[in-house]
Design a protein around this ligand. Structure first.
Ligand SMILES: [Zn+2]
Length: 151
């Protein structure tokens, strides 16, 4: 092994230094010419700890989807059983969704949207726009307004 700077044979310990971005194996005398590199490179991947909002494809469920479902259901005068029957799901599922205990599957979300005549999803960009507004209506109201505009 020869020193990559002075070219002399490295006797004993060799050093890995970084000179202008490239790694060089050098002798003890030359190690001062660069920054000593760490003997082993440990790449620690940061684990993303925060849980993102539930994402249904490129849509995000609105933050208070469970409140909207409950409110819209009650507005129609339906019990949880009534709603469950209409979307062919179990009433326990509705109960859990309304409590915010579970995030409904995409097909359930679609069925709920259909029978309740609401939208529970928003495109990610739309959420960002919404947050920048100074006057913030509740998400539920926004959903209803959008729905009316669309149809
Ligand atoms: Zn050297």
């Amino acid at each position: 092994m020869e020193c990559e700077i002075c070219g002399s044979k490295i006797v004993g310990k060799k050093y890995t230094i970084i000179v202008e971005g490239s790694e060089l194996t050098v002798c003890e005398r030359c190690k001062e010419l660069g920054i000593e590199a760490k003997p082993t490179r440990v790449v620690v991947k940061k684990r993303v700890s925060k849980t993102p909002k539930p994402i249904v494809e490129d849509y995000e469920l609105v933050e208070n989807f469970h409140e909207i479902i409950k409110r819209e259901r009650e507005r129609k005068g339906w019990t949880q059983e009534d709603l469950a029957k209409r979307i062919q799901e179990k009433a326990t599922l509705i109960r859990k969704i309304e409590k915010g205990e579970i995030t409904p599957e995409k097909d359930v979300v679609e069925k709920l949207e259909r029978v309740l005549g609401i939208s529970l999803r928003e495109k990610v960009e739309e959420v960002k726009i919404q947050k920048s507004k100074s006057i913030t209506p509740t998400l539920g109201d926004v959903v209803v307004i959008r729905r009316k505009k669309r149809s």
